[in-house]
Design a protein around this ligand. Sequence first.
Ligand SMILES: Cc1ncc(C[n+]2csc(CCOP(=O)(O)OP(=O)(O)O)c2C)c(N)n1
Length: 316
Amino acid sequence: MSLTKEMLRIRRFEEKCAELYTQEKIRGFLHLYIGEEAIAVGVNQALAPTDAIVSTYREHGHALARGIKMGPLMAEMYGKREGCSRGRGGSMHVFDAATRFYGGNAIVGGGLPIAVGLALADKMHNRANVTVCFFGEGAVAEGEFHESMNLAALWQLPVLFVCENNLYAMGTALAISESETDIHRKAESYRTASTAVDGMDVVAVESATRGALETIRKGGGPAFLECRTYRFRAHSMFDAQLYRPKAEVEAWKKRCPIERLERWAVEAGILHESDLASVDAEVAREVQDAVAFAEAGSWEPVADLLRDVQTPGIVP
Ligand SMILES: Cc1ncc(C[n+]2csc(CCOP(=O)(O)OP(=O)(O)O)c2C)c(N)n1
């Protein structure tokens, strides 16, 4: 039940964000995670509260699954002071030190060296934490990917690299941009324990994560998980998605991770249709309350514009 609920919270939160975006309540860029929820939820189920997470610009799912409250997350989307990054980050830069959520990041691959740094700090201080780094398959074309993989393996750092392979980096198909499309093989070449998993199956993701974490926690160095997935929506709100066939999108939608788990649970007699309806209602209320929280939030006064901003020559 908690797995379906956690995935549904992400789905409904983002559907509401898309709606609010068309109403211009949420501005800037908005990258939705719809379709990929099983990864955020599956991985997070296996983590300890002291572990750290580094994410991408498609991070709302990771943030919610990690335990950032929906109200402050929605307020962040609005750019309100009550947001988890005090409204300074917005959709792409959600941050919450309390849950060791070290940020969304607008730069493709930008989170990888940050994760390696966090893991190095944990190792140097003898703290038994793991840092999980989420990134898209587009990031493997970046130098930062290779530098990070190399150092993590060389220094045997406690990092779990989670590649969310949704086959497209914006409009660039993996098959026409990489000579090796089995991404986890790239990690193998850095002598890192690596495996691929069905990213549309939350139970499979959770179990693969537990396996990988066991190796890392025993001091076995980093591990790599390639989760094969698909985004059901466009890359961002500005994308006409002319680069992928409609039939392909429809075929992947049939593998929806939420419907799949719900169907299985009902058929196995673990859940009843009425349980699903009540979870649905509960999540709808949570989203409604989050919107009310964000709407009631406040704007930062213009006088505070330079607070916490470093500008050469200007000391606020
Ligand atoms: C260093 C850098 N180069 C280019 C971009 C522009 N850009 C934004 S998203 C994106 C595609 C990334 O795809 P992927 O890493 O597979 O993640 P996904 O969007 O599929 O989750 C690109 C090229 C960027 N933000 N940063």
